[in-house]
Design a binder for this molecule. Structure first.
Ligand code: UD1
Length: 429
């Protein structure tokens, strides 16, 4: 299993290109199931999760080609991929595939809308809490879908198609909003979704579905209105920049010190996180094509954060920000409100010398003068990158084990950091 070795202490200087967003690419790829025409996605990041979803979609009958070639391309950053679901050959998403990645559960929406049935295994994914699927089930039922659960599978049927209806989310869910939007695109009538997730990835999916001929308005607000159409066509769509990768590298620069331009991204995707970063004393300036991040000399101010759905501070940057606060000049508090068990990085950060006390959903972090390199273990996608950030400022050598978590969500991390002067290398085994 690969490991990553980091020797801390170098400042970061240069340019980091930001990839297409994993969390947008996954639902966009799944949307290809809605049409027998070709959906072309540009700026698809080269990540383990994308490769896994390609395998899952292939199982349903989706043909794909990468930049015109039917093979994996191992060089270059984000790619253009063509997806064609001419015939859906299987409406079952089996346990062996869905358990590896929670987002693959989302195929339930398009399969139901196009084929009138889906049999989908209950999901697995990151170990960050129980992550139930009740909102998906209730939302689909509100659109006339019959659902029963048996032997770890959801059997869903909509023999007369997705019906007009309304669903009020009792709690915001990104994934369930994606699924209802995809299913409702082919509904027999109008669908209203209230208290919808407002994440930029929801807006990106709606933009793509509209380019395919759907009739969706209000994405990015709490109320989404969808006028069902009888069929969708192909389209060409560019995946939006990864706001979590953007925020992660911004925090890496804040941690290591230095002067870096994050290219091909947009500050408007992560205002709350960037404002928080400014409060730490880091200079953050939007540019025409990205964000300029700079921290020289002065220490980091402690800042309290609470995670919230968009436009709040994202849960997917919580671990990275906590890593940053381990070196602040004072005490800060980080409160997690989205997932109930998203603190696995705390004990690993402690191995590097961090001083963090956990109480319920709040971590109290007392900044220390020095972190010291150690062997640490990546436990989930975002937690693993928080260890990399801490290691950049730690004395000596840190080895992050189980980096397959990193490969799920960060394209060429070691290369992007090395080009800016960090000492980071992959140890293959
Ligand atoms: C997506 C992101 C993930 C991010 C999360 C929150 C992708 C691939 N993943 O995950 O990186 O951390 O949004 O921004 O885009 N919930 C229920 N019942 C449900 C569904 C969700 O209770 O049926 C709960 C979850 O357990 C969680 C909260 O709702 O506590 C938010 O989850 P949700 O927005 O659905 O997260 P994902 O879409 O899985």
């Amino acid at each position: 299993m690969d490991r990553i070795r980091i020797v801390g202490g170098n400042r970061l200087n240069g340019v980091i290109p930001i990839s297409g967003a994993k969390n947008a690419a996954l639902p966009l790829m799944i949307a290809s199931l809605l049409t027998d025409d070709t959906l072309t996605l540009e700026n698809v990041p080269h990540l383990a999760d994308v490769e896994q979803l390609i395998r899952i979609l292939s199982n349903h009958g989706v043909d794909y080609s990468v930049n015109g070639r039917r093979q994996r391309q191992d060089s270059g950053y984000s790619r253009t991929i063509h997806f064609t679901a001419r015939d859906i050959v299987d409406t079952t998403a089996p346990y062996e595939l869905v358990s590896k990645m929670r987002a693959s559960f989302w195929v339930i929406g398009p399969l139901l809308a196009r084929m009138g049935e889906a049999r989908v295994s209950l999901p697995g994914g990151c170990a960050i809490g129980t992550r139930p699927v009740d909102l998906f089930i209730d939302g689909l039922k509100a659109l006339g879908v019959d659902i029963d659960i048996e032997g770890g599978y959801i059997n869903a049927r909509a023999p007369k198609g997705i019906q007009a209806g309304r669903y009020d989310f009792p709690k915001q869910s990104v994934g369930a909003t994606h699924v209802l939007m995809m299913a409702a695109s082919l509904a027999n009538g109008a669908v209203e979704i209230h208290n919808a997730a407002r994440e930029p990835e929801v807006t990106d999916l709606a933009d793509c579905l509209n380019a395919m001929g759907a009739c969706i308005s209000g994405a990015g607000t709490s109320t989404i209105l969808i006028e069902g159409v009888s069929a969708l066509s192909g389209a060409r769509h560019r995946v939006l920049p990864d706001r979590i990768e953007t925020g992660t590298y911004a925090m890496a620069v804040a941690m290591a010190g230095g002067d870096v331009v994050l290219e091909d991204t947009s500050a408007s995707l992560l205002d709350a996180a960037l404002d928080t970063l400014r409060s730490t004393g880091t200079e953050v300036t939007p540019t025409n094509s990205g964000i300029h991040v700079r921290r020289n000399g002065a220490g980091l101010e402690p800042v309290d954060v609470t995670t919230d759905p968009f436009p709040g501070f994202p849960t997917d940057l919580q671990a990275q920000f906590m890593a940053l606060m381990t070196r602040a000049n004072g005490t800060s508090r980080v409160t997690e409100t989205i997932f109930e068990n998203r603190f696995m990085h705390v004990q690993e950060l402690a191995r590097l010398g961090a001083d963090i006390a956990l109480s319920g959903q709040t971590a109290t972090i007392t900044g220390v003068d020095t972190l010291k390199g150690a062997q640490v273990m990546a436990t989930d996608l975002r937690a693993s990158v928080s260890l990399v950030i801490a290691a950049l400022a730690a004395e000596g050598e840190t080895v992050v084990n189980r980096v397959y978590h990193l490969d799920r969500g960060f394209e060429r991390l070691e290369e992007k950091l090395t080009r800016c002067g960090a000492t980071v290398e992959r140890l293959s085994s």
